[in-house]
Design a protein around this ligand. Structure first.
Ligand code: ADP
Ligand code: MG
Length: 294
């Protein structure tokens, strides 16, 4: 494994004992650690800023991006469904972000292990997720990479939104233009902007689109816009071309389908905001569904 003496020593110097690997991203490795003085366990994200070929400009970018991630994590601190940053330190080679540990891992792995979720379980997860999104949107933060791999679960199966690596602060009236995120979760307006000239940028609504994709995936165990050929998948996204197909959707009630429909709308202006989504009947479905939908 790529565990360098410098990593072990730096963590030791900061009072952490290093344990097994929890995850690996493009530019980072995440490991479990124990704080020696307290015995409390954390997850440390170790970001390599040394670079192998001395590409200084690109490295500066990694460093800048990490500082942005840290500042956004600090802006979001204090919400029960957003990952908590416990400690930060750096050496010339690495930046270390120490997070609260989510022992139950990624929502992605949880979903894989159970194939699909009940409406009741989906309601609990989606409420927590959208509450977290409402909180960050209120602070004018857009996450831009919501997906089951970046949603972690603690011991009690509480959701913790994590990986703010693509997150950004958006000014009032500002439009974002970068193409970033993960293909299957990209909102139509992000694709439209990158494909056509003179198409306006995008905003917070992209996170609500991703919530729609996540919710669909949780309920039926398969994503709404999957195609072996990526161009076909992107075209399906841009037309919101998805179905509630048999047999997976047969036993699923109207309320969740209706919420998904109001999230997977091509026009971002028509899409539910996080605040409004929390008012949707799906989250208050003690009320009989016939009354609301028929
Ligand atoms: P990247 O930006 O490289 O995707 P992430 O922050 O998403 O980095 O972390 C990569 C993976 O590491 C996650 O998908 C998850 O499996 C694991 N991980 C990250 N943070 C934690 C944590 N606090 N507790 C448990 N596992 C974590
Ligand atoms: Mg990630």
């Amino acid at each position: 494994e790529d565990l360098s003496a410098e990593v072990v020593y730096s963590l030791h110097f900061r009072d952490y004992q290093i344990k097994e690997m929890l995850g690996k991203g493009i530019s980072s490795t995440v490991r479990r650690v124990t704080e020696k003085s307290t015995g409390v366990e954390y997850a440390v994200k170790i970001i390599d800023i040394s670079g192998e070929k001395g590409e200084i400009t690109q490295l500066d970018q990694v460093k800048k991006d990490t500082y942005r991630e840290i500042s956004i994590l600090r802006m979001c601190a204090g919400h029960s469904h957003i990952i908590e940053l416990h400690d930060v330190f750096e050496t010339p080679t690495f930046i270390f972000l120490v997070f609260e540990l989510c022992r139950k891992g990624e929502l992605f792995d949880y979903l894989t292990s159970v194939v699909s979720l009940s409406e009741k379980r989906t309601r609990i997860f989606m409420r927590q997720l959208i509450e977290a999104v409402a909180y960050i949107h209120d602070k004018n933060i857009v996450h831009r990479d919501l997906k089951p791999e970046n949603i972690l679960l603690d011991d009690q199966l509480n959701i913790k939104v994590s990986d703010f690596g693509f997150a950004t602060v958006i000014a009032e009236g500002e439009e974002l233009t970068e193409l970033c995120g993960t293909p299957g979760y990209l909102a139509p307006e992000v694709l439209a902007h990158s494909m056509y000239e003179n198409v306006s940028g995008y905003g917070k609504e992209v996170d609500m689109w991703a919530c729609g994709v996540i919710m669909y995936t949780l309920l039926c165990g398969a994503p709404p816009f999957w195609n072996r050929r990526q161009m076909m998948m992107l075209r399906a996204i841009m037309n919101a071309d998805y179905t509630f197909n048999s047999p997976e959707w047969d036993d699923i009630t109207e309320a969740p389908k209706n919420l998904i429909q109001k999230l997977l709308l091509v026009n971002p202006k028509d899409r539910l905001t996080a605040k409004d989504a929390l008012k949707h009947p799906f989250f208050h479905s003690q009320i009989t569904e016939e009354k609301l939908f028929h």
